[in-house]
Design a protein around this ligand. Structure first.
Ligand code: FES
Length: 115
C-alpha cells in the first residue's frame, strides 16, 4: 500500500493504490484548504484550484496531470516556480509513496518568478 507523508504535519498514512489525494488528506484530518477555501471550494471538481499541494517526493508515483488540472494550474500565480511539484489534490491519484506539503504559499518573490 502506498504511503502519503504530510511534511508539515509530520504524519504518515497508508492508502490503497489509486486513492484520491484530496479524499485521503481530508479523511486523515490534514488541513488541505487555506482560509475561506475551507468552506468555499469546488469539492473536488477541479475548478477552484484551492486544493493545491506540493508533491516534494514521489511525483512519479502519482497519476498524470490531465487537461483540466493543467488548465486550472496554468492560470494560477502560485504555479509559477512550482511547475515540477504542484498538483491539485482532487485530481491526483496515488500509486506509490509520496511526500506532500499542503497549503503551499505563493512564490511571488521566488527566483523563478520573472524568468
Ligand atoms: S477542490 Fe477545487 S480544484 Fe480541487
Amino acid at each position: 500500500m502506498p504511503t502519503i507523508t504530510f511534511a508539515n504535519e509530520k504524519k504518515e498514512i497508508q492508502v490503497p493504490d489509486g486513492a484520491n489525494l484530496r479524499r485521503e488528506t481530508l479523511q486523515a484530518g490534514v488541513a488541505l484548504y487555506p482560509g475561506i477555501h475551507k468552506v468555499a471550494n469546488c469539492h473536488g471538481l477541479g475548478s477552484c484550484g484551492s486544493c493545491r499541494v506540493l508533491v516534494t517526493k514521489g511525483m512519479e508515483n502519482t497519476s498524470r496531470m490531465g487537461v483540466l488540472e493543467k488548465a486550472r494550474l496554468g492560470v494560477s500565480l502560485a504555479y509559477i516556480g512550482n511547475e515540477e511539484t504542484m498538483r491539485l489534490a482532487c485530481q491526483t491519484r496515488v500509486h506509490g509513496d509520496i511526500t506532500v506539503t499542503t497549503c503551499p504559499p505563493a512564490n511571488l518573490y521566488g527566483e523563478n518568478f520573472f524568468s
